[in-house]
Design a protein around this ligand. Sequence first.
Ligand SMILES: Cc1ncc(COP(=O)(O)O)c(C=O)c1O
Length: 464
Amino acid sequence: MRTDVDLPLVVDRAAPLPLVVQIGDQLREAMRSGALKPGERLPSSRALAALLGVSRTVVADAFQQLYAEGWLDGRHGSGTYVAASGDGLGRAATGRRRGGGERPEDDPVMLAPRGVTAGIIDLRPGRPWVSGYDEAAWRRAWRSAGELAPSGWPDPYGHAELRELLADHLRRARAVPTGPGNVMVTRGTGNGLDLIAATIIRPGARAGVEEPGYRVARNVFAARGAEIVPCPVDGQGVIVEELPDDLEVLYTTPAHQYPVGGRLSIPRRERLLAWARRTGAVVVEDDYDAEFRYDVAPLPALHGMDPDRVVLLGTLSKSLSPDVGLGWLVASEGLLAAVARRRDELGDRTPGPVQKAVATLLERGDLDRHLRRMRLEYARRRAAIVEALGPLVQGDTAGLHVMIELPEPVVPDLVRRAEERGVLLDTTGRHHHGPPRVHGLVLGYGYASLADVKRGCAVIRDLL
Ligand SMILES: Cc1ncc(COP(=O)(O)O)c(C=O)c1O
């Protein structure tokens, strides 16, 4: 069924409920009652906005919320439909092939990622869904950046306004008792790692990196002259008892180990900090995807448990887009001052307009709203993976990827046969420094739509 429906919607500007909520509630009710049926096509946001006399952003926001809840199914260029199961969160919408019809800009709901090769399903980790952003908020943020006069002297710490907003965000979202004096604005995790390495790593120093672990951390430390020491992890994160005593620095991902997915328990966190105090090592905590968490309560960041020993690195790369190029480095004031001096010596900085745009997104609550929408979206994809691959799935409590452990010999053949069927997969082997000790797949669900995640998992299940 591909007809546009007639919608008996009304909006009341005098009512206390925001227009977005009024429209969302009425559409939800229409789907619940059967007035709108699965597969029916909704009018474009432009047409509906004109009909109701509201701005297109209001309708787009209402559609976006319903999409995230699972009521709607929308794909680039083909319109917005009532989802096949039509009963909200947890029942996934069916995907729809791109087709003719409305122009892409008529459908702002979850546009398909740009640059996707038709027919290819990319389940490799590392990339978020960048199409679910609020276009009006994004434009507003960059307009505000344009109003800022260029600075002749960039502060190595970053803009005071943004540091204040980030400290506030960290206190609320990550239970980090910090203030702007402990926050430096970086261009992302890679930049933060490099600044720390340039400040504390002496040539030949031993730098511990989780094994398997984040390739960029190994590369950055090695490029600054460190000897890389692989530190084994298990399903609960880094194994503290196996850490050597002579590390100058340890890179770790306690909220969601990359790529195995373990969450460092509180007792392990305490043992890790005791090890760091005893040996004098600096712990670098990469908090890259901690905003996305499913079915479990958040654990406070390691940094909050010992702000003098732990440097926290955060990024917008997963929560918004790597293209923004913004992150933060949180450390004790003494260490941060040393990093700022080194940054100045290296002529390194974060562009002012980017900082201003991000400050606007934070200040207006746009980033929080985006995170809420994306949490729902990712939760649906993660649920689809768990449903399809069940007990094989590990590390699914957080983030945008899971791991599937498999016997070593089956992996290369599986990856090759999946690729023949249009599904791109990543292996745990690629994330090792030394000989692989964990074998299997790392499945990312940031970049593929829900429908593609389902199709990709069906192929994997078939091949297994
Ligand atoms: C473990 C880990 N940390 C951090 C990042 C983000 O890095 P950046 O902020 O440099 O884009 C990623 C992105 O893929 C990642 O996988």
